[in-house]
Design a protein around this ligand. Structure first.
Ligand code: NAD
Length: 436
C-alpha cells in the first residue's frame, strides 16, 4: 500500500519505518527541515533500540522516504497517518492545533479518496472535528479513522511489529477493510485487531494510559506506606503481583511516572471528563500523588543533610524518563535537579542517551559526565533516577574510590539491601528499609 505519515517523532518514525518493513511504500513528512535532511542521509533523529536496522534497510530498499513537502507525500497515498504532537494547551487540555491544522492543509490539496488516520492521542470527539475540517475545506470523500498507538518508547519496534492489540475506530466499511489489510501482517500470531466506533477508540487510549498511571501511582502510595510501617515494598509487590487478576507488570514503585504521555494524558482525560460535568476523582488523586512522588526523594535527601544542601555535590545516574530512550519529557530527574539547584546543591549527571537533550534544556546549570563513574569523583552522594540496565550491577569498588561518602539515594530500587549492608553504604530507596 502507499502510505503517508505526517510527523516523524517517536510515533511517526516508528510507524513509518515499521509499515515500510512489511512491504508498504511510505513517505514521512516533517516540518523540521534539518531533521528531514538528516533522515534522508540515513541518520536517525531519535534513539530507539532496533529502529536503526529497519530504518536503514527500508531506506536502502526504496520503501521509506522523507520530505518536507506535504503534497508530494500525500499525492498517491491511500492512507494518511497523523502522528502529530498533542501537547497540553494553556488550559491543560490536549492541544489539537497540530492535528486540525495538518488536516486542513491536507484537505486543501487532496484530489482523490483518502483514509485519514489519527495516530496521535486525541480526546473523544476529535475524529468528528477532523471530519468537519475536511467537509469545510474539500469536496473529496475521506474516511477519518481513530487508530491510537500503544507503543512504549524503548521497545517501540517490538510493540509495533507485534502489538498486543490494534484498535481501529471507524464507522466506514471501506476504511475498515483497508486498515484490516494493512495491519494483518502484524497480528499473525492471533492478537486482535479490535474494530469499534471512533469515540470508543479515542477513549480506549486515554483509559489505557490512565489505568497504567493509576497502577504505578497506587504502588507508589503502597511504597510510601511501607516506609512508615516497616514493610518491604518488593515483597508486597511480589505477593500482590502473583494474583493473576492483578498481574506482575507495572507494579514497580519509584519516583513517579513521567514521559510525554502519562502526565498529559491523565490530565487531558480528567479535563475532558469535566467538560461532561463528570468529576474523575481517581485521576485527580493520581496527578496529585505523582507530583509529590517526583520530589519525595529530594525530601529524603534534605532530611539526611538536615536541610543543608548548599554546596553539596550530587552525582545523578539517569536523566531519561525511563531506560532505553533519550526522551526527557516530564522526566522525574528534571524535577529532582530543579529542587536540588533551588536548595543550592550542585549536580553532575550521566545518562547513556539523554545527556544531549538535557544540555539543550539546562545548559551549564548542571555538569555532565561521559560515563557513570567519572561523575562520582568527589560527590557527596549518588542519586539514581533511571533504571538503565548498566546501573544494575556496577563496579562498587570503583564507586567507593570515587565517591566522597558512601551514600546512595535510589529512586529505582536497583540494589539488594543485604548487599548494601555488606558494602557499608547509607542506602535509601523506595518503600524499603533504610540501610545505614
Ligand atoms: P513528537 O513530538 O516526538 O513528534 C511529533 C513530530 O511532528 C515532530 O517531529 C514535529 O516536528 C512534527 N510536526 C509538527 N507539526 C507538523 C506538521 N504540521 N507537519 C509535519 N510534521 C509536523 O511526538 P510523539 O512522541 O511522536 O507523539 C505523537 C503523538 O502520539 C502524540 O499525540 C502522543 O501523545 C502520541 N503517542 C506517543 C507515544 C510515545 O511513546 N511517544 C506513544 C503513543 C502515543
Amino acid at each position: 500500500m502507499k502510505i503517508a505519515v505526517i510527523g516523524t517523532g517517536y510515533v511517526g518514525l516508528v510507524t513509518g519505518t515499521c509499515l515500510a518493513e512489511t512491504g508498504n511504500n511510505v513517505i514521512c513528512v516533517d516540518i523540521v527541515k534539518e531533521k528531514v535532511e538528516q533522515m534522508k542521509n540515513g541518520v536517525m533523529p531519535i534513539y530507539e533500540p532496533g529502529l536503526d536496522v529497519l530504518f536503514n534497510r527500508n531506506i536502502a530498499q526504496g520503501r521509506l522516504h522523507f520530505t518536507t513537502n506535504l503534497s508530494e507525500a500525500i499525492k498517491d497515498a491511500q492512507i494518511i497517518f497523523l502522528a502529530l504532537p498533542t501537547p497540553p494547551g494553556g488550559d491543560g487540555r490536549a492541544d489539537l492545533s497540530f492535528v486540525l491544522g495538518a488536516s486542513k492543509d491536507i484537505a486543501k490539496i487532496i484530489t482523490d479518496y483518502k483514509v485519514v488516520v489519527t495516530k496521535s492521542t486525541v480526546p473523544v470527539g476529535t475524529a468528528d472535528k477532523v471530519k468537519q475540517v475536511f467537509l469545510e475545506n474539500s469536496t473529496i470523500e475521506v474516511d477519518v479513522v481513530s487508530n491510537p498507538e500503544f507503543l512504549r518508547e524503548g521497545v517501540a519496534v517490538e510493540d509495533f511489529m507485534k502489538p498486543d492489540r490494534v484498535v481501529v475506530g471507524t464507522s466506514s466499511e471501506r476504511a475498515k477493510a483497508l486498515m484490516g489489510e494493512l495491519y494483518a501482517p502484524y497480528v499473525r500470531s492471533g492478537n486482535p485487531i479490535i474494530f469499534m466506533d471512533e469515540r470508543s477508540s479515542e477513549l480506549t487510549k486515554y483509559a489505557a494510559n490512565s489505568f497504567l498511571a493509576t497502577k504505578i501511582t497506587f504502588m507508589n502510595e503502597i511504597a510510601n506506606l511501607c516506609e512508615l510501617v516497616g514493610a518491604d515494598v518488593d515483597m508486597v509487590r511480589i505477593g500482590v503481583g502473583a494474583d493473576a487478576r492483578i498481574g506482575k507488570r507495572f507494579l514497580f514503585p519509584g519516583i513517579g511516572y513521567g514521559g510525554s504521555c502519562f502526565p498529559k494524558d491523565v490530565q487531558a482525560l480528567a479535563l475532558s471528563a469535566e467538560e461532561y460535568d463528570y468529576d474523575f476523582k481517581i485521576l485527580k488523586s493520581v496527578m496529585d500523588v505523582n507530583q509529590t512522588q517526583k520530589i519525595k526523594i529530594v525530601e529524603k535527601i534534605d532530611k539526611y543533610y538536615k536541610s543543608n544542601l548548599k554546596g553539596k555535590k550530587f552525582a545523578l545516574w539517569g536523566l531519561a524518563f525511563k531506560p532505553e530512550t533519550d526522551d526527557i519529557r516530564e522526566a522525574p530527574a528534571l524535577y529532582i535537579i530543579d529542587e536540588l539547584l533551588k536548595a543550592g546543591a550542585e549536580v553532575v549527571a550521566y545518562d547513556p542517551e539523554a545527556v544531549d537533550n538535557v544540555k539543550k534544556l539546562l545548559g551549564d546549570k548542571i555538569e555532565y559526565g561521559d560515563n557513570a563513574y567519572d561523575i562520582l569523583e568527589g560527590a557527596d552522594a549518588l542519586i539514581i533516577a533511571t533504571e538503565w540496565q548498566l546501573f544494575r550491577n556496577p563496579d562498587f569498588d570503583l564507586m567507593e574510590k570515587k565517591l566522597k561518602h558512601k551514600v546512595i539515594f535510589d529512586g529505582r530500587n536497583l540494589f539488594d539491601l543485604h548487599k548494601m549492608v555488606d558494602l557499608g553504604y547509607y542506602y535509601n530507596s523506595i518503600g524499603r528499609k533504610i540501610v545505614e
